[in-house]
Ligand binder design. Structure first.
Ligand code: CDP
Length: 793
């Protein structure tokens, strides 16, 4: 890690958030293998559930014979879609107001779809019994290609929807089509490029699963589940199952990575609840890796026609795109209701444009549902890839340096808050210093010289830039909700008599270090050491309501809530201090951890003294209740807009097309930095994700809809061998509306890195006249691009 020239505000004791790089409170359990994950939950009499999945992508179910499975000595229940339909539970709502089959009733619509489940005494028996279920399928033609899904003769996938006669899912547009056309008409240069962001999978280390425990006596349901949003899930269960919320407790224990994959409610959760209700026993369901890859929320899968308009001297004027979005068999996209394409509207990037327009058509195909925000804030990864590839295509056409082209077109610092042509208001930004820092760190000018020299010898070296602006922290209630639930977050802080504290969050960590950073936020506001602040999350009975963790929303929304609830407690502490010191509130100064009488440094009380007084003997100022605690619900006024400048250096073997990422410099700006060590960890992880997507990851299908990427043998994810030593830097441009100026960072690197890698590869291939090649840039694709035989994907 390169520490850069900018002052590290957080390591500076003068800086308010001086706890800086404290080690993660959660790591003692994680690094010793003592985390408690869903699969660690063991309950007395617990049964095990396994799901029978469709081997076909599109087929009518003619008959299901479960008699042999039911006769298995260890089997307690076998349930089909027809049985669920009798109870009105065969279908459930998706996060995008569509419906999805819990178990197929009429037909199967993707390979891996849930068809029946078995509950048995152990996991092996449950699996064995699946083999005994006999399903008679009548195969139907499958729609596996998004480009032919709307052909007039394409089979209709969603014939369950009344009146549905084609595979159209939705249309969406943003920006001004006519104004954009006018700008394109007068532009000197227009560059068009089709680009495909392939279907990829978040592939968290822990797959999805749950333990459902329904108590037949009191009617209560406890569900341990791999959920990034326990409160939202509880409300949806309440709505679907008709149970009151106070009878449902959702516990998300330690989670082995989520990356958006654990936002949706999967049929497996519902089946487990039904299984527990049927048997009166706790029921555990844990997916295996293939189940996770073939049936749970995928990401991306956009075919984008991009166009960029500019003057001949390199002023970018407008961007336009037409997108074909593959949503799979059910629209399971996780996005706020008003944003069916998520936050794709930020495809205008970090540039000051005159006009922009996007039209999108989403279609159903015979593939797994999803469209989850895989380490990105709702489709921003696709948007950033589009704009950053287009800028490089323009640089190619104009034959100018891509870094200079970016520097010449950035939104200027004085233009913030900046309203984009698609209706987003970027809160703050200062792009040029970040870009320049990345160029300095990587040694840009020297690298270009090295490249020129290598080209004379036929060696293939590429340098790729990308500059991104993200929109994170969904979101303001007036605009954003998921299935009618506003995207605000609660936070509760309770200071105990001895001055130790507990802060309860509505967000749910999946490894991001919230137990550390949220303690740091509260510590900074209230002066209690972070080690004395316990962070509670992931249990609906013990935390306030809120919409959970995805889209890097924890720090922008819940982090703000944590700061504000601490300030509320501090305000009360001040009144108590004024009584203890017998002065008016106006005569007190706050000195991180104690209140002092102005002008009399010897008269002070610590927050610990105040906590004891709040709970102990002695009078409190008139009208003040005892105790030292508060609760708030924070509704953000805007999103936060972190940004970053990334530069990737690659070498390509001209004999094989294999790409080696030699260097990668990432300069991120996430406003005020709470814990730089954790930020760097988030960035390292995201960059690794990005290299994976750019070079090796793709969920692919054959023409019959068979998933060809159902294991880590076929769906390649990067390891330490494929990634370089990461070099990071940062700038700090606080968010003006966040109480501590922080912006999210968890997903910045996943968003910003794929275009940097692809731009580097294309740059390396310039001697071959290659302007674009679609991800993943596997050796064979690079080789074909070099030979001029690469077909559009
Ligand atoms: O929602 P999620 O936790 O995935 O993303 P995030 O809010 O960007 O935070 C990821 C991790 O980085 C958390 O532990 C944050 O507290 C930390 N972080 C930080 O230290 N400083 C920031 N400005 C932003 C995030």
């Amino acid at each position: 890690v390169t520490e850069n020239a900018a002052p590290d505000l957080v390591n500076n004791d003068e800086h308010p958030l001086g706890h800086g790089r404290m080690l993660r409170k959660e790591d003692p359990r994680f690094i010793r293998g003592l985390g408690k994950y869903c699969d660690d939950v063991q309950l007395r009499g617990m049964l095990h559930l396994a799901i029978l999945r469709s081997p076909m992508a599109h087929a009518r179910i003619v008959n299901i014979d479960t008699s042999a499975a039911e006769a298995h000595p260890k089997v307690k229940a076998v349930v089909t879609g027809a049985a669920l339909a009798d109870k009105g539970l065969a279908w459930m709502p998706t996060l995008s107001n569509d419906v999805q089959a819990v178990l197929a009733t009429d037909k199967v619509r993707f390979q891996g779809q849930e068809v029946a489940f078995v509950v048995a005494e152990d996991r092996y028996a449950a699996r064995d019994a699946l083999e005994l279920i006999d399903v008679d399928y009548e195969p139907l033609e499958a729609v596996a290609d998004v480009r032919t899904a709307l052909a007039p003769d394409a089979p209709v996938i969603r014939d369950d929807l009344e009146g549905k006669e084609n595979n159209h899912c939705f249309d969406w547009e943003t920006g001004d089509a006519a104004a954009t056309q006018a700008v394109f008409d007068r532009a000197d240069v227009v560059v068009k490029q089709e680009m495909v962001y392939p279907r990829v999978h978040p592939a968290p280390m822990e797959t999805c699963g749950c333990v459902a425990d329904f108590d037949r006596v009191d009617g209560g349901l406890t569900l341990w589940s791999t959920s990034q949003a326990p409160h939202a899930h509880r409300t949806l269960y309440a709505l679907v199952a008709g149970l009151p919320e106070h009878k449902i407790r959702v516990i998300s224990p330690d989670i082995g990575g989520g990356f958006g994959n654990k936002v949706p409610i999967y049929p497996g959760y519902v089946c487990s609840i039904v299984g527990s209700m049927l048997t009166g026993k706790p029921v555990k369901w844990m997916e295996d890796r293939s189940e996770n890859l073939i049936s749970t929320g995928f990401a991306r899968d956009y075919v984008m026609q991009g166009e960029i308009a500019a003057t001949k001297d390199g002023k970018i004027l407008a961007i336009r795109t037409d997108v074909l979005a593959d949503h799979g068999a059910f629209n399971g996209t996780a996005a706020p209701v008003k944003y069916p394409a998520g936050f794709f509207g930020v495809f205008t990037g970090s540039y000051d444009l005159e006009a922009a327009y996007c039209h999108m058509t989403a279609v159903y195909t015979n593939k797994a549902p999803g469209g989850v925000a895989y380490a990105c804030s709702f489709r921003i990864t696709e948007a950033v890839y589009l704009v950053e590839r287009l800028v490089d295509c323009l640089a190619y056409e104009l034959d100018v340096d891509p870094a200079d082209l970016r520097l010449n077109n950035f939104i200027k610092p004085e233009q913030f808050p900046y309203a984009t042509k698609t209706g987003w208001v970027y809160d703050s930004g200062n792009y040029e210093p970040a870009m320049r820092q990345s160029m300095e760190l990587v040694g840009y000018a020297d690298l270009r010289r090295e490249q020129a020299d290598k080209r004379t010898r036929g060696e293939l070296m590429g340098i790729g830039c990308s500059f991104f602006t993200e929109a994170v922290g969904a979101g303001p209630r007036k605009d954003m909700d998921i299935l009618g639930l506003g995207m605000a977050d609660g936070c509760e802080l309770r200071v105990h008599p001895t001055g130790k504290a507990v802060v309860r969050l509505s967000v749910q960590s999946q490894g991001q270090g919230h137990e550390t950073t949220f303690a740091q936020i509260v510590a900074e506001e209230i002066g209690i050491p972070p080690g004395d602040i316990e962070v509670v999350h992931g249990d609906t009975d013990n935390t306030p309501f809120g919409l959970g963790t995805y889209g890097s929303r924890s720090t922008p929304v819940s982090g703000a809530a944590a700061a504000l609830v601490a300030r509320k407690v501090r305000d009360k502490a001040k009144i108590i201090a004024s009584g203890m010191l017998e002065v008016s509130v106006a005569d007190l100064d706050w000195d991180k951890g104690s209140f002092r009488v102005k002008g009399d440094p010897t008269s002070s009380v610590t927050i610990q003294d105040i906590a004891m007084r709040a709970h102990g003997a002695g009078d409190l100022p008139e009208g003040l209740e005892g105790g030292l605690e508060a609760q708030i619900c924070y509704n953000p006024s805007n999103l936060t807009y972190p940004f970053g400048a990334y530069i990737c250096v690659v070498d390509i073997d001209p004999g094989t097309g294999a790409v080696k990422v030699r260097r990668f410099v990432a300069v991120d700006d996430c406003g005020t930095r709470i814990n730089p060590m954790i930020i760097e960890g988030q960035v390292h992880g995201g960059l690794t994700d990005g290299v994976g997507m750019a070079l090796m990851e793709m969920i692919s299908f054959d023409p019959d809809g068979n998933c060809l990427s159902s294991s880590f043998m076929d769906y390649l994810i990067p390891t330490a061998l494929e990634v370089p030593h990461w070099e990071t830097g940062f700038t700090v441009t606080p968010s003006p509306h966040h109480p501590i100026g922080a912006k999210g960072v968890g997903e910045s690197a996943t968003v910003g890195s794929p275009p940097a890698v692809v731009n580097a590869v294309i740059d390396a291939l310039r001697p071959y006249g290659v302007r674009h090649a679609d991800m993943p840039l596997t050796p064979s694709r690079v080789w074909e691009a070099m030979q001029g035989t690469l077909k559009p994907s």
